[in-house]
Design a protein around this ligand. Structure first.
Ligand SMILES: Nc1ncnc2c1ncn2[C@@H]1O[C@H](COP(=O)(O)OP(=O)(O)O)[C@@H](O)[C@H]1O
Ligand SMILES: [Mg+2]
Length: 134
């Protein structure tokens, strides 16, 4: 576990607001511009809303990262919910298992520079996203 990590429990919609605010504050410190901060907050809204709606509870872990002179933010959304039986299908634009819009996962992937999803039925889901500043 990294000292610079911020862990935010996600269980209800207020937690989504907290996660967005924390990411904005961290991202600002990393040098992200205002429009990038909004894109990051939007991606966070989608993955945390998915936790609330599809997995009931989980957590978001935020961390500032750097490689050489590049600075960025790492965002991990994880839960021990039901998992996703067909990740490729869940990543398709418009697919929803319960009459949602089905744009959350593909939208988050599009907004971030790196996106990785690992999900196991009966175990849960881990989404790792990164965005680089500048
Ligand atoms: N954390 C999660 N746990 C279990 N299933 C999930 C999770 N996140 C997404 N899913 C599944 O992936 C589908 C697509 O997610 P998304 O693109 O956000 O669409 P929506 O939330 O509108 O249904 C969801 O309908 C759900 O079946
Ligand atoms: Mg969704």
């Amino acid at each position: 576990m990294n000292n610079n990590e911020t862990h935010i429990p996600i269980q209800r919609s207020e937690d989504i607001v907290t996660a967005r605010e924390q990411a904005r504050a961290l991202g600002r410190a990393a040098g992200f511009n205002g429009s990038d901060l909004t894109l990051i907050a939007t991606a966070i809204s989608e993955v945390t809303r998915n936790i609330v709606e599809h997995a009931k509870r989980g957590e978001l872990v935020l961390c500032l990262i750097s490689v050489g002179s590049k600075r960025g933010i790492s965002i991990v959304a994880r839960d021990e919910g039901p998992g996703i039986p067909d990740v490729a299908r869940a990543m398709q634009y418009g697919y929803s298992s319960r009459n949602g819009l089905g744009v959350g996962l593909p939208g988050a992937r599009w907004l971030m520079d790196e996106f990785d999803i690992v999900s196991k039925v009966g175990k849960g889901t881990i989404i790792t996203m990164r965005k680089w500043a500048g």
